[in-house]
Write a protein that binds this ligand. Structure first.
Ligand code: KG4
Ligand code: ZN
Length: 339
């Protein structure tokens, strides 16, 4: 007799999205995400406002997830929540809620690492065409992280390269800000880049050793290029917006792809997936897909599993639960949770 699939409620509140998801086996039955428009006018996430919005959203989001999945609280086998990394005030809302609910229901509680969950999202049934075999490489690219991870097993991951300064998402967002685009600018750069020439502007390329990344030089190079070109063309940031976006995107994606190619060469692992908010970027997805011609097996998650979501938290929770990695009521949110 096969075991009944576990039903897990996932809760994510690490940054500015409040999300709840219901996972049955490896199938997502609901993945509800409430974003927070309140930060737009500030050009970035304001931690105190994020925490307040999570407080308002958490109960309706969980209720909607359960209703959508047609699952009642008594059906749940476990609750998985994002323990870190992230913003303390934001994480605390999800952590406290998960602890209280698990205690009330008398079911296991699982603390999940947000970035590991981005990677494990690939194992959700409808995540992508590829269920990667171990070991595989994952480029995790978000607003706070840029890493190449060697995934030996769901519970055994090794960071083999990471950024020494800004994350790739931060580079997108800061460049977008220079162009007067609202936060988060990454998706807008992607959108306008479709209409522009990726070779119109050239920016400095980082010379960083090993598998590490750097984006701060690129940021300075974009600023200097804009300032120099504006002497001839004062409205450049508006008039050449599409070319600038295409060139910035081309630079960032080229930096990411170059290190990924190096990692494949050095490790001999040709199964490569991407995860995190920036994996929604169309150019990165296109260039990774093109690597199939070079013999790579590539995994590109569905858009709804790229940016922050609780589906990935529930999926990671399912691996942790199966391995007996549950936590007790002493657990606390950890903004700098280690790998
Ligand atoms: O993983 P995520 O949702 O949150 C963090 O954990 O940081 O990633 C958010 C980041 C932001 O920097 C956002 O600009 C970027 O992902 N992003 C994109 C795209 N969609 C989201 N960057 C480039 N192109 C996109 N299409
Ligand atoms: Zn994330």
């Amino acid at each position: 007799m096969t075991a009944k699939p576990k039903i897990i409620l996932g809760i994510e509140s690490s940054c500015d999205d409040t999300s709840a998801a219901v996972l049955v086996g490896n199938e997502i039955r609901a993945n509800i995400i409430a974003g927070q428009a309140v930060h737009e006018k500030f050009g970035g996430v304001v931690p105190e406002l994020a925490s307040r919005a999570h407080q308002e959203n958490i109960i309706p989001v969980v209720q909607t997830a359960l209703q959508t999945a047609q699952i009642s609280l008594s059906d749940l086998d476990a609750i998985a929540f994002t323990q870190g990394p992230g913003l303390m005030g934001s994480l605390t809302v999800g952590t406290s809620f998960a602890k209280a609910l698990a205690l009330a229901l008398g079911i296991p509680l699982v603390g999940v690492h947000h970035m590991k969950a981005h990677i494990l999202a690939h194992f959700i049934d409808d995540a992508s065409d590829l269920k990667p075999n171990f070991p595989f490489l994952c480029l995790t690219v978000s607003g706070g992280h840029t890493q190449i991870v060697r995934v030996n097993d769901a519970l055994d991951m090794q960071v083999i390269g990471s950024t020494i300064d800004d994350a790739a998402g931060e580079a997108f967002d800061k460049a977008a800000k220079m162009l007067g685009l609202p936060y988060p600018g990454g998706p807008l750069i992607d959108k306008y880049a479709q209409l522009g020439n990726p070779n119109a502007f050239e920016f400095a390329k980082p010379q960083i050793k090993d598998l590490d990344f750097s984006f701060s030089g690129l940021k300075t190079s974009i600023l200097y290029t804009l300032q120099a070109a504006e002497k001839q063309e004062p409205n450049l940031r508006q008039d050449k917006r599409n070319d600038l976006c295409a060139s910035i995107q081309n630079s960032i994606v080229s930096i990411l792809m170059a290190k990924l190619e190096k990692a494949v060469k050095e490790t001999g692992i040709q199964t490569v997936v991407i995860a995190g908010g920036v994996s929604a970027n169309s150019e990165l997805r296109k260039r990774l897909l093109a690597k199939k011609d070079a013999g790579w097996k590539v995994g590109i998650p569905k858009m709804s599993y790229c940016t922050d979501n609780a589906a990935m938290i529930a999926m990671a929770g399912s691996f942790y639960l199966a391995a007996g990695h549950t936590v007790g009521q002493y657990i606390a949110a950890d903004p700098r949770l280690k790998w």
